[in-house]
Design a protein around this ligand. Structure first.
Ligand SMILES: N[C@@H](CCC(=O)N[C@@H](CS)C(=O)NCC(=O)O)C(=O)O
Length: 223
């Protein structure tokens, strides 16, 4: 059995939700509220799941094995490591292209989001800036715009229907949640014409629809 610890608005957890849906892997969703009570991710039990106090966390236990010891479940954090694990255990349909050049390009674009944008605008960074009396919004806009500009520029030479060719890849899985965050921060997403076109293509796929924050059981309206 697979359980995903998630927060509806977490872009990193959203990536994993897309991959689980795309690969049609059944799972149980376990919400962790990142804002309630000072952030449930910091609680002692949650810290046992992920000492980084972040979502997503994937928990894999032996299916149906009676008396299985839950403390021996396989726990995995870091969305890209989780996506790779899902790819290796459920290779079809794939999220990584098979040709080395396209595969590397998909990784490169995914890492622009995963390493070059998301960590710089994460909740803990926003809270640290606010704690120092700094409004985080201009910083968040700047890092998101810089990253999206790089994505748009590089993808001009690799994109077909999706960021890399005509099949959905890990790069698109990272792009769509990041565009959602960009809008929340007031970034003019429509100025990224290619990224918007690819987002629209993704939105026609059911795996992106069911993974959307508003489709989650823990969804709450709000900014
Ligand atoms: N590199 C990690 C990033 C995980 C991450 O930053 N998760 C955010 C939500 S998107 C989080 O849990 N933040 C909690 C906090 O900053 O307190 C991954 O890809 O899984």
């Amino acid at each position: 059995m697979i359980r995903l610890y998630s927060y509806f608005r977490s872009s990193s957890a959203w990536r994993v939700r897309i991959a689980l849906a795309y690969k049609q892997i059944p799972y149980e969703l376990a919400p962790i509220h990142l804002l309630r009570n000072g952030g449930e991710q910091h609680g002692a039990e949650r810290m046992k799941l992920n000492p980084m106090a972040q979502v997503p966390v994937l928990e894999v236990s032996e299916p149906g094995r009676e008396g299985a010891d839950p403390s021996r479940a396989f726990l995995l954090t870091q969305s890209i490591a989780i996506l790779e694990y899902l790819e290796e255990t459920h290779p079809d349909p794939p999220l990584w292209p098979s040709a080395p050049e396209s595969r590397a390009r998909a990784r490169q674009l995914a890492e622009i989001v995963n390493s070059g944008i998301q960590p710089l605008q994460n909740l803990s960074i926003q809270q640290a800036l606010r704690g120092n009396g700094v409004d985080p919004l201009p910083w968040m806009r700047q890092v998101v715009e810089n990253g999206l500009r790089a994505l748009e520029t590089i993808a001009r030479s690799s994109a077909g229907t999706f960021l890399v060719g005509d099949g959905v890849t890990v790069a698109d899985v990272c792009l769509v949640p990041q565009l959602f965050n960009a809008r929340r921060y007031g970034v003019d997403v429509d100025s990224f014409v290619l990224l918007r076109r690819i987002e629209r293509a993704c939105e026609t796929m059911s795996c992106f629809v069911v993974a959307h924050p508003e489709a989650q059981p823990d969804y709450e309206p709000g900014p």
